[in-house]
Design a protein around this ligand. Structure first.
Ligand SMILES: Nc1ncnc2c1ncn2[C@@H]1O[C@H](COP(=O)(O)OP(=O)(O)OP(=O)(O)O)[C@@H](O)[C@H]1O
Length: 940
């Protein structure tokens, strides 16, 4: 009590001082906020009246969204505060000053009463409020360099509360984070508590213990600070404690550091490691995890007040700078018993909401992972359109989903609704994204968000009859494939055309849209051989769909590239065919394809998008009001669009999407050009960026909004460092061979140890796979335990193409998960078995050229440009390999049937890479196994 009083009077005295610089003002604002949160809620009134006279602090608290949040948690007291006549006047002035230019808030509170002002404050800032400048100075409108390093972005650029909305309230001063295992243990305890009365008390006790831990007051008889000891001869760099919740039962915990969204910085946190009491196993894992810490990290976790005395200990802020763990360098440690290192790689925030939801026995609880500061900045960034960029596993999808859900919940909690759509091309990934999105919303909002009727009636079939304009609030957030969204829009357009008898979008004759499979079977087979002229079928399709038809826009009057335009296109924008002869041949094929398609009444994906865009244009300029209204209505349905794996979308499609939102701020894309392996789309950031200019230059006054902000992510959270070394070497080859075709991004950094990837060469791969299948024992998986937000399952066999997929499925049976590399995009698996990828590559007989490539120093000369053009297929091979390798979290097996690939691969990965880059690749990367090395019993 006494301490509370002291903090309050100290803070009030601080408010009598003058602070002239923004840094001190921000610090004071944070202190005031913490003091308000720590005090009796009524204290808000005292502080608030004082703040009325201190607009410079109040502005900061408004701009960073804290007042909005206090208006929810301290509703009654805020009303009381702003009803005080002097405060009403001063607060109104500050808030109107801040958001006088916002479309929504311009008109101010409805009436000049305290109650109305409090209501008004609850909605400030909103998505339409222009960026608030807490220092009251004019907003710096200079366009930022788009590939900025966000570390330098001032914090006021960040909508600070989006991620907090997703999480809900913390249990106390200390943030608590739980390992996957501890989350499982918690759910298990709760389950037992419901079924066995005695254990019911356990769960209550555990809850209490977590609150005690979070309070920072760990006094007493050592019940929270009982040292955990292991007789395994290992020394622990950070002390581990047992918090007893019943005789013989405890939670294992240690102090660690993590990003704390409440303070916008890294802080000390309580890390719950386990509650299962399987001490031996977890003891080894904790030891391994602690070995990876740098000295500075260990120091940041240390405290000298862990003595069990009374009093609250506050978490300290941590500044580790740019320091990473031992990243990809060799730490000289033996990783051979690192099989479970992934278990302690991911942590979840234990907030009051999560604890309450775990206490409700209704199945799956999706909990946000503890994200890094870098990720939090991406999640909270809403000043303009964003492109989240990063190599694989760097959290792009995670950030995109948290952005969407955080915004959704924030709007809901403020009594509004955002109509958001999250798209990607792969159905499989969409399902995962939907589970995740719905799960996060349900965890946070509980009963408020019961099953959406949409799902029950429609199941997101791509031939849905539902129309875009019939979407209701309950359908949002809508998580679906791009094709599904397209179909919804087509249906709305068709309804109007039928009503008005235009009959343009009539797909009744079109049974199935032409995809690569149909193109190959029904078109290519009939293509006269003189037209084929050595052009590979997959590249021909990619070129037609991705370049000739894929870059159509309203600027080109929705016409595909003419022959002249295509022949004259810069090589970088259409790199698959470099010579005029080849391009001319492709154009001949394209013309033949269009003629045949017309005869057969067929349609392809680009035709569909073009039809939609043309129809919308026609409606827009129609002389019928009804048509114009329809076009307007379609444009007003969505507030925000999120696209994952955006590199799979054509420019044309991005153009369509941009037309569907009124303001560029509502657009958030995530992708990686190194993973651009689609068979029918050719993505270029340049093209997408150009579209923003084209489409929004007339619609927004803010020049910054015309340029999407690129937000890079660099830390790989998925795979351990031995897999990352393989991935980084593949990237290095791509950079060396095809510098113009992949954006150079910071290399993925990862610090988790793990087992060495294996290259197996043998003719009995199928037997091995069958054998493995039989031996496979059910393991704990995120998907199975329902306690986390994984985007994948346990083990997958990845193959080059659908034919191999079918072959393997028939040999191995349905219980094996076999996917093409393309289908596996965006997913992750504990174990990945890459099946015969190198042996079936068109480069299988000349893989030694990879070594030459790695050795190359300069790549600006002409001969290199020619080399790149001649080896364009290698670029796609390497991208596929990169995607395949990076799906693995734990074990990577490269299974190959051809002995001829052994020497070049072994030489590249195990010798040359280490010789050339000993820092990055300190030891042989692959364990090599041959048929004779393992004893697999063939089937009797
Ligand atoms: N801060 C974090 N700590 C631990 N795990 C994290 C963190 N952020 C993300 N993850 C996990 O890392 C994995 C990879 O994340 P995600 O799928 O978002 O990456 P991505 O960049 O979209 O990858 P890809 O490009 O390969 O699809 C997921 O399991 C995710 O839950």
């Amino acid at each position: 009590m006494l301490l509370g009083e002291r903090i309050r009077s100290f803070t009030l005295s601080l408010l009598s001082e003058r602070f002239n610089d923004m840094k001190s003002r921000t610090a004071v604002a944070r202190i005031v906020l913490s003091a308000v949160k720590l005090s009796d809620p009524a204290a808000l009134v005292h502080f608030g009246v004082k703040l009325g006279a201190l607009p410079w602090i109040l502005r900061i608290l408004f701009a960073e969204g804290h007042i909005k949040q206090l208006s929810l948690t301290h509703r009654q007291h805020l009303e009381q505060l702003v009803s005080e006549p002097r405060a009403t006047e001063q607060w109104t002035e500050v808030v109107m000053n801040l958001c006088g230019e916002c479309e929504v808030h311009r008109s101010g509170p409805m009436r000049a009463s305290g109650l109305e002002l409090a209501k008004f404050i609850r909605t400030v800032p909103c998505g339409y409020c222009p960026k608030m400048s807490p220092d009251g100075g004019p907003e710096q409108d200079a366009e930022r360099e788009s590939m900025r390093v966000r570390d330098h972005a001032p914090r006021s650029n960040i909508e600070s509360n989006v991620f907090e909305h997703l999480l809900g309230d913390h249990l106390g001063e200390w943030k608590i984070i739980l390992s996957q295992q501890a989350m499982l243990d918690l759910a298990q305890l709760n389950f037992q508590g419901i079924h066995y009365i005695r254990q019911g008390d356990h769960f209550k006790n555990v809850r209490r213990k977590f609150y005690e831990l979070a309070s920072g007051d760990w006094a007493g008889d050592g019940k929270l600070l009982h040292s955990a000891k292991w007789n395994n001869g290992r020394s622990y760099r950070i002390p581990v404690f047992k918090a007893f919740y019943a005789t013989g039962h405890f939670i294992l915990w240690q102090i660690d550091t993590a990003f704390d969204e409440r303070f916008g910085n890294d802080y000390q946190v309580i890390k719950g490691l386990d509650a299962s009491e399987q001490l031996d196993e977890i003891g080894v894992q904790i030891h391994q995890a602690q070995q990876m810490y740098t000295k500075a990290q260990v120091e940041a976790c240390s405290r000298d007040d862990l003595d069990g005395s009374r009093g609250t200990r506050y978490p300290q802020s941590v500044n580790l700078g740019e320091e990473e763990g031992s990243s990809m360098g060799d730490d000289g440690r033996d990783d051979e018993d690192c099989h479970d290192s992934v278990q302690l790689a991911k942590f979840y925030s234990l907030t009051a909401t999560v604890l309450d939801r775990v206490a409700v026995p209704d199945g799956r609880v999706v909990v946000p992972v503890v994200i890094s500061r870098e990720e939090a900045e991406v999640v909270n960034y809403f000043l303009g359109a964003t492109f989240i960029l990063g190599r694989s596993g760097t959290g792009k999808t995670t950030c995109l989903v948290y952005k969407l859900v955080g915004r959704y919940i924030s709007a809901k909690e403020n009594g509004g609704l955002l109509r958001q759509v999250l798209l990607t091309r792969s159905e499989r990934l969409v399902e995962k994204l939907r589970d995740n999105t719905d799960g996060l919303i349900k965890t946070k909002m509980g009963k408020l968000e019961e099953k959406r009727p949409h799902q029950a009636n429609d199941s997101f079939a791509e031939n849905t009859r539902k129309s875009f304009l019939s979407l209701t609030d309950e359908d949002f957030p809508l998580v679906c494939t791009f094709d599904y969204l397209l179909r919804l829009i087509e249906n709305s357009i068709r309804e109007q055309e039928n009503r008005r008898r235009y009959l343009k979008i009539d797909s009744s004759k079109f049974t199935q849209v032409i995809d690569f499979k149909r193109f190959k079977l029904e078109y290519w087979q009939h293509l006269p051989s003189k037209l084929k002229r050595g052009i590979p079928v997959d590249l021909a399709f990619l070129e037609i769909m991705g370049v000739i038809k894929g870059s159509i826009s309203s600027a080109s009057n929705f016409e595909p590239l003419s022959r002249e335009e295509y022949l004259g296109k810069r090589w970088r924008l259409a790199p698959n065919f470099a010579s005029m002869q080849e391009r001319a041949a492709v154009y001949d094929i394209y013309e033949w394809y269009e003629r045949k398609k017309k005869k057969l009444y067929d349609i392809d994906q680009t035709d569909r998008v073009i039809k939609v865009m043309k129809a919308l244009e026609t409606f827009k300029s129609s002389d019928k009001e009804e048509d114009r209204n329809l076009e307007k209505k379609i444009r007003r349905v969505l507030d925000e669009i999120y696209v994952d794996e955006v590199q799979d979308q054509r420019t044309l499609e991005i153009g369509m999407l941009l037309r569907l939102v009124g303001c560029p701020r509502g657009i958030h894309f995530a992708g990686d050009t190194a993973q651009c392996i689609s068979k029918d789309a050719l993505f270029r950031f340049e093209n997408a960026k150009a579209l923003f200019h084209e489409l929004f230059s007339g619609r927004t006054v803010n020049t910054r909004e015309l340029k999407p902000t690129l937000l890079p992510l660099s830390h790989n959270f998925r795979s351990h460092k031995r897999i990352l070394r393989v991935a980084s070497l593949v990237m290095e080859l791509l950079y060396k061979g095809f510098p113009e075709l992949v954006d150079r991004l910071p290399p993925e950094i990862g610090d988790i140890p793990g087992p060495q990837p294996t290259l197996y060469i043998g003719t009995n791969i199928i037997d091995i796979l069958k054998f493995e299948e039989e031996m496979e024992t059910p393991q704990k998986s995120d998907a199975a335990n329902g306690n986390s937000n994984e985007f994948g399952g346990l083990r997958v066999i990845l193959v080059r193409d659908e034919e191999t997929q079918e072959k393997l499925r028939s040999e191995l049976g349905k219980s094996s998960l076999v996917l093409t590399i393309l289908q596996s995009k965006g997913m992750e698996f504990d174990d990945v078995l890459l099946y015969d990828f190198l042996s079936t590559s068109p480069y299988n007989y000349k893989l030694d050229m990879l070594e030459e490539l790695l050795k190359r120093r300069h790549h600006t000369d002409r001969s290199h440009a020619d080399w790149t053009k001649d080896n364009i297929i290698l670029c796609s091979e390497l991208k596929n390999l990169y995607v395949g390798v990076t799906r693995a979290r734990n074990r990577l097996w490269i299974l190959e049937s051809s002995t001829s690939i052994l020497d070049p691969v072994q030489s590249l990965f195990n010798r040359t890479a280490t010789l050339l880059f000993p820092g990055r690749y300190p030891s042989p990367m692959l364990e090599i196994l041959r048929e004779q090395d393992i004893g697999v019993c063939p089937e009797p």
